[in-house]
Design a protein around this ligand. Structure first.
Ligand SMILES: C[S@@+](CC[C@H](N)C(=O)[O-])C[C@H]1O[C@@H](n2cnc3c(N)ncnc32)[C@H](O)[C@@H]1O
Length: 295
């Protein structure tokens, strides 16, 4: 990052037109101008209406042009180039070690919060925590609850730890290296909420993804095996021993897996099984509950 740079608004607008002529989407370039250049989207809109304004930037146009070039020609995600990603009310650090948090996963957190409107869970876990996006949100919302994040990737866990420090410095969330429920054995039957956005894309589909995802995001975070359900099966299978009586399991899944995931949950003995949709109306989430001790 350089000292702030003041330039005529017309200079930025001319530069923006030149970059767009090289390719790419205006929304992506404006994201880069915002996150790396320090010019918020609202300021850019004001400038488009009144190009006589001056603009203060935190990065030179030459550096931004290099980043845009790498995005266009090497398909590097902008979030990796900038190292940051806005998500919910957070600005998370990103790295190639973990999935870039997606917008739909914000709704998974909303679902969790709505299940525990009356009182926070005493103990929760985020299986496959990656960047820690979900864990950070829960740790900030429920500071008195005891949280756990699990991942099989040591590098992802290091990123999650940095995001916890950065966004929830007083957090009460511990991170564990290992596979799904295994590192949480000590808390089995005591977890009131387990949330997971596991890898769920069928491997053949992974191979056909756009290069910006396929070549730059970890396959450990994307691939759910042949039918996409390997990780979901493992998470659902563990629920009957891992969840507390009456505890909730909340999962994100692929756009065409709702029926199969709900059936896996019922087969595992979970109750109150239901589906929830993303903002486009596609069923992308599955919710279920461990029977309570009385049922
Ligand atoms: C789809 S990403 C989700 C990351 C983050 N929770 C989010 O929503 O952005 C899935 C995560 O599961 C992790 N993972 C894959 N296999 C795992 C396993 N067997 N046990 C624990 N985590 C695993 C990956 O490393 C990755 O971080």
């Amino acid at each position: 990052m350089t000292d702030s740079i003041t330039l005529a608004g017309t200079q930025l607008l001319t530069w923006r037109r030149q970059q767009l002529a090289r390719g790419g989407a205006a929304a992506d370039l404006d994201w880069l101008i915002d996150l790396a250049g320090g010019v918020p989207w609202t300021s850019l809109q004001r400038l488009l209406l009144d190009p006589s304004r001056t603009i203060v930037m935190v990065q030179s146009l030459e550096v931004l042009a290099e980043l845009w070039e790498r995005h266009l020609h090497e398909n590097v995600p902008l979030q990796h180039l900038v190292g940051l990603c806005p998500w919910r009310d957070l600005l998370l650090e990103t790295s190639p070690a973990a999935l870039i948090p997606r917008q739909e996963t914000e709704l998974l957190v909303d679902l969790a919060l709505s299940q525990f409107k009356a009182a926070p869970p005493a103990r929760w876990a985020d299986l496959g925590t990656g960047s820690g996006a979900i864990a950070v949100s829960l740790a900030r919302t429920w500071p008195s609850a005891s949280g756990h994040g699990v991942d099989l990737s040591p590098d992802a866990l290091r990123l999650a730890e940095r995001n916890l420090q950065r966004c929830a410095p007083n957090h009460n969330c511990s991170l564990h290296l290992g596979s799904w429920w295994t590192p949480l054995r000590r808390w089995w039957a005591n977890l009131d909420l387990v949330i997971s956005n596991p890898p769920y894309i069928p491997i053949d589909v992974v191979h056909g993804l756009e290069a910006v995802v396929r070549d730059h995001e970890p396959h450990l975070a994307l691939s759910g095996g042949e039918d996409g359900l390997d990780a979901i099966r493992a998470v659902v299978d563990g629920a009957s021993v891992g969840l507390a009586p009456g505890g909730w399991l909340l999962l994100e899944h692929h756009h065409d897996q709702s029926g199969l995931v709900l059936q896996l949950m019922r087969d595992a003995g979970l109750v109150e099984v239901s589906a929830a949709a993303d903002l486009e109306g596609t069923l992308r989430f599955a919710v279920a509950r461990q029977p309570s001790a009385r049922s």
